[in-house]
Design a binder for this molecule. Structure first.
Ligand code: IPE
Ligand code: IPE
Ligand code: MG
Length: 252
């Protein structure tokens, strides 16, 4: 394993990725879609290696959306098997590499066996201080906002929060990933230019980058192109260019 490269301002703290295009990758090869999902699981490792090498602190991967439950039963079933196998196969190695794993999404929709695996992966890696890896599974941005609103309402009903104290911070603190900085850079493979119900709240000021490359084709060069794009952006957060330009130090 290569050492982490020195950090630079062009390195996002938090990278969020929609891993799209597995099905089309397989269909182009006249293979069943699940073959594409299997190849996609390998690309996840390419991505994790890259993040560790670059010193990226947090990586959030969209693995399965709230809406993906509506796919044909055979595809959902095959994806669940693949998910379970990946958990069994990868967690020890990720733990050894100091990666902290967590899952965000509507967990109760999974089988008890998968829920137990998720909980055990989270527990095993809870104190790891390296890459913070979040897997969004059975996740939807609307679900996330709704569960935060529910938590706020429950606190008000219990008398622990006053209505007038509900503000953006109160909401943000109840969203998933509240303890991780908002994504700096978003990547979507597979050519579609949409968010597909990913981190709707958290991506308010995220830089977006799209590639035609299908997820199983992902390589370090593609990820580097995304980072180069990120490094060339001026993030203004609503301010003017002059306000956010780095202060030029005088040489005298
Ligand atoms: C992304 O690939 C993986 C999941 C949504 C589970 P797709 O399965 O959406 O692949 P395409 O977009 O059909 O090619
Ligand atoms: C988004 O991809 C979800 C994941 C990659 C997990 P989809 O393939 O489900 O998105 P749409 O249907 O093209 O918007
Ligand atoms: Mg897709």
């Amino acid at each position: 394993m290569a050492a982490t490269e020195p950090s630079s301002p062009a390195i996002p703290r938090h990278l969020a990725i929609i891993m799209d295009g597995n099905g089309r990758w397989a269909e182009r090869r006249h293979r069943p879609r699940i073959i594409g999902h299997r190849a996609g699981a390998r690309a996840v490792n390419v991505c994790i290696d890259f993040c560790i090498l670059k010193g990226i602190q947090a990586l959030t991967l969209f693995a399965f959306s709230s809406e993906n439950w509506g796919r044909p039963e055979s595809e959902v079933g095959a994806l669940m098997k693949l998910f379970m196998n990946a958990l069994e196969r990868e967690v020890d190695e990720l733990d050894r590499r100091n990666v902290r794993i967590r899952f965000i999404g509507q967990r109760e929709r999974f089988t008890p066996a998968i829920v137990a695996r998720m909980a055990s992966a989270e527990l095993q890696t809870a104190s790891n201080t390296g890459l913070q890896l979040s897997i969004a599974a059975s996740y939807g941005g609307r679900w996330d906002i709704t569960q935060a609103a529910h938590a706020l309402a429950a606190d008000v009903a219990a008398g622990q929060l006053r209505l007038e104290d509900i503000d953006e911070d109160a909401m943000a603190n109840r969203m998933t990933l509240a303890d991780v900085p908002a994504p700096d850079l978003f990547i979507r493979t597979g050519g579609e230019m949409r968010i597909s119900n990913f981190l709707l709240w958290q991506m308010a000021y995220t830089e977006l980058w799209f590639t035609e490359a299908l997820w199983p084709e992902l390589d370090a060069a593609t990820l580097q192109r995304a980072l180069d794009h990120y490094g060339s952006r001026e993030r203004r957060f609503g301010l003017t260019g002059a306000q956010v330009a780095p202060i030029q130090e005088s040489s005298e």
